[in-house]
Ligand binder design. Sequence first.
Ligand SMILES: [Zn+2]
Ligand SMILES: [Zn+2]
Length: 341
Amino acid sequence: MKAMRTVGAGQLEIVEAPIPAPGRGEVAVRMLAVGICASDVQIYHGKHKYVKFPIIQGHEGTGVVHAVGPGVSGLAPGDQVCIQQQLACGKCRACRKGRHNVCENLRGLIGIHVSGLFSEYFLCPAWNAVKLPPSLTRDQGMLAEPVSVGVNSAQTGAFRPGERALVIGAGIIGNLTAQACKAMGAAAVLVADVAEEKLSIARDNGLDAVNSGISDLGVETRRRFGDAPPDAIFDCAGADATLKQALALAPNASRVVIVANFKAPVSLEIPSFQRREITIYTVMGTVRESTTAAIDFMASGKILARDMVTVRFPLEKMADAYRYIDENPTRVMRVAIDIGG
Ligand SMILES: [Zn+2]
Ligand SMILES: [Zn+2]
């Protein structure tokens, strides 16, 4: 089988390896489509702090179970699955609380610390292969991971039916966080960004969206939400300015949820939001329970994944895929890598 390995910053090579045979409790998955995440772009450019080259990247993928090892139940060859990224211990305090995304003994994240999905076949513990209903398309299966991040963001931000959400950042995670709030029964959701392409994709997905580069976000939020201000503001952009904006717009006794990965430190004037008793939540990726909820939301049509795949490339053309992402920052939601037929 073939796999695409990143051997250094901006350097890829195809490697040949035998098709892996599953051991006890493991499954081998024949990969079909894998998305390129923002973290993959960082890794590819040698800008990710915790990655050692060479590494086979990729963690947002769908495939078909090829073989199951002894002791595996609930999965059989032919099942379509998506992959849960964390190789968690299942025993530590965080795992026992259902937060295996922050496992204290994490063996690694697939595609970041250990071999990932840009490969014709992939071997993992059966726990990491999450079964998909046959009604989901291949792209929906591939998008289950980012949808799951959106669902985890709403859940971790304690979002409740009847609440109002303001989401800053209309990239794929902002878009899907907003859709997750809606799917969970939001009374109103507004998404803000400065990139018109992303706002129009948000609108295609049934979201109310505003260009915060042109209009004042506070005014626009009040206009839409009336005298019921947002209960939760999600920062899905991850910049100094967006976090400060989220905290400034948060009404008394509301929540700010940090979803995006910040690349630089931010300095905050704490009394400015402490006196309004703003609760800050942080979100780290996703958990398996959010993945199964994400799958259900997609299967029932409550979360649409329209226009999320901007363009697709075959595995051999991965360098072109990264080049496309670099050249189209305001347009790209996900670039899909097609692997198997
Ligand atoms: Zn990702
Ligand atoms: Zn653990």
